[in-house]
Design a protein around this ligand. Sequence first.
Ligand SMILES: [Zn+2]
Length: 73
Amino acid sequence: MTVALQDFRTINSRRATNILVLDCPFCGEPPEVSAASGQGVSIACTAQECYVHPSVVGPTEKDAALLWNRRRR
Ligand SMILES: [Zn+2]
């Protein structure tokens, strides 16, 4: 999470209300937020050009977002 506050963006209204999710630290694309079957919520980079495709899973969307954002530090 390259730390500059400008990197934060609100995820779009289709996904949620007020949770901030950073762009992928590897390719710079916004990640996908989706329900993880039986495990809460997952946030993952699905960009075709991404060579890492990182993902995190949390019990709630907020938890997943916090995990996702933290992994960039
Ligand atoms: Zn990526």
